[in-house]
Design a binder for this molecule. Sequence first.
Ligand SMILES: CNc1nc2c(CCNCc3ccccc3)c3nc(N)[nH]c(=O)c3cc2[nH]1
Length: 374
Amino acid sequence: MAAIKYRLIKKDSRTNARLGILETPHGVIETPVFMPVGTQATVKAMTPEELKEIGATIILSNTYHLYLRPGHKIIEKAGGLHRFMNWDRAILTDSGGFQIFSLSSLRKIKEEGVEFRSHIDGSKHFFTPEKVIEIQNALGSDIIMSFDECAPYPADYEYVKNSMELTIKWAERGKKAHKNTEKQALFGIVQGGIYEDLRKECAQRLVEMDFPGYSIGGLSVGEPKNVMYDIVDLTTEYLPENKPRYLMGVGSPDDLIEGVIRGVDMFDCVLPTRIARNGTVFTSKGKLIVRDAPYAEDFSPLDEECDCYTCKNYSRAYIRHLFKANEILAARLATIHNLYFLIKLMERIREAIRQDRLLEFKKQFFKKYGYKEE
Ligand SMILES: CNc1nc2c(CCNCc3ccccc3)c3nc(N)[nH]c(=O)c3cc2[nH]1
């Protein structure tokens, strides 16, 4: 029995969008799905009960961070990450490749693996594809990622080609090292930068290895949106229809809709939780910086159309006051709202696919939100 089972329920008649069901050892996930990020074994400012309340079915955590602190051995002794953080629904862990390149100093990339210094205390560490699988096996997450190199943007063809070759070799080594295939599904990660031939080759070679799911990596790293969309379109063409596709590090409301239209099933992004803590929230009429002066006497909810706990019980004036007073509750109320907004958006997208009116939904959402149509 494989760790996860993906069922394609319905394909949109005019786009590559799909409605699916992803069964995991920790519950069923309706796709397309937005996955809140919980870097250090917590989705910042949220309890697991509140995450369930807003409809989260799967959250992310991170090999790099948890290996450095508190250490994967401690989490293993606690009974695994689900027990440790009291979250009994699905968990996906990223492999740490991206975090090494974006967080740690002093990195040396070799075929064998990557040497890096901890961003916490500067201590030296060495990640190999085998090590990264061992860590994720200890964490016990339901979906785990291969060790990959996310090439920077821009990067020249030769660099990206070598980097993609390395990612393929590391995927093979990781697949060999992964023993717990019954309980943990290992995804391959497609790299290849913005180069069509490299993306095609990488996708095809990973598909030959027959992973239970595929991530699209190397994007949302500063490239123009239309370039990202084109690469997603191209890559999903070479991925099997009956396996889930996960677009890493994406995204904002427009990116989620554009990604679904191009055949993506799973998304993660730190944006909703991060901007919430800085006082910016999503609303149906676009972003709102609630800490700004105009809201000092605005007693309406963050978003008239939202029925989340925050919008049902608190005003913009009160939430602005909390931010100005640097109160912890400010981050909590804004985070609840932002996560609910994206989880609700995915629910409305799934409904639109069911009713075969996804493009109409996009048009209406973009108009109200203030996005320009492509
Ligand atoms: C923001 N743009 C972006 N993010 C990317 C990530 C990380 C995705 N987020 C995972 C996460 C998990 C827990 C805590 C925090 C983050 C990538 N991960 C991998 N492995 N490979 C990528 O190519 C890659 C590309 C990305 N672009």
